[in-house]
Design a protein around this ligand. Structure first.
Ligand code: DQA
Length: 146
């Protein structure tokens, strides 16, 4: 069983980036927690962070048929039709996550163009959004959407 977490642009700055919005935890701390949960559940977990759209799309293609992908597309959420198409085009089920509640912020954040290609969205629970998505895959044993 293999799961993948993709952190999109600027999430490498977690901990110092607008902590009042995104919290004080660094990406490394969040990743450590996710790896521990995966390890305890005997699931292989790969985690990447990328600031570039093409790299994120390539990573989705390389993981077209795995048990689950958790993606925080960050700002790409709001305009990347290319990432929407990539998620649509693969078999792996994808859960979109956001640290902040995108519906309580600026108007331009209220629309996710990528969410429609995903099986679900978790938004607003801080780093715990990732933990909830991971548990969704672990507990439900969600298989591919094909
Ligand atoms: C985010 C919300 C996006 O609007 C923003 O561009 C991000 C992070 C979140 O996790 O809350 O970079 O995806």
């Amino acid at each position: 069983e293999k799961l993948l977490v993709i952190h999109g642009p600027n999430l490498n700055l977690l901990g110092s980036r607008e902590p009042e919005v995104y919290g004080n935890n660094t990406l490394q701390e969040i990743n450590k927690l996710l790896m521990e949960i995966a390890y305890k559940n005997n699931v292989e977990l790969e985690i990447i962070q990328s600031n570039s759209e093409g790299e994120i799309i390539d990573k989705l293609h390389l993981n077209a048929d795995i048990n689950g992908i958790i993606i925080n597309p960050a700002a790409y959420t709001h305009y990347s039709l290319a990432i929407y198409d990539a998620i649509k085009g693969i078999k792996s089920p994808v859960i979109e996550v956001h640290i902040s509640n995108i519906y309580s912020r600026e108007d331009f954040r209220k629309k996710s163009v990528t969410a429609g290609a995903c099986i679900g969205v978790i938004s607003g629970f801080g780093y715990y959004s990732y933990v909830m998505a991971l548990y969704a895959f672990l507990n439900e044993g969600l298989q591919n959407k094909g």
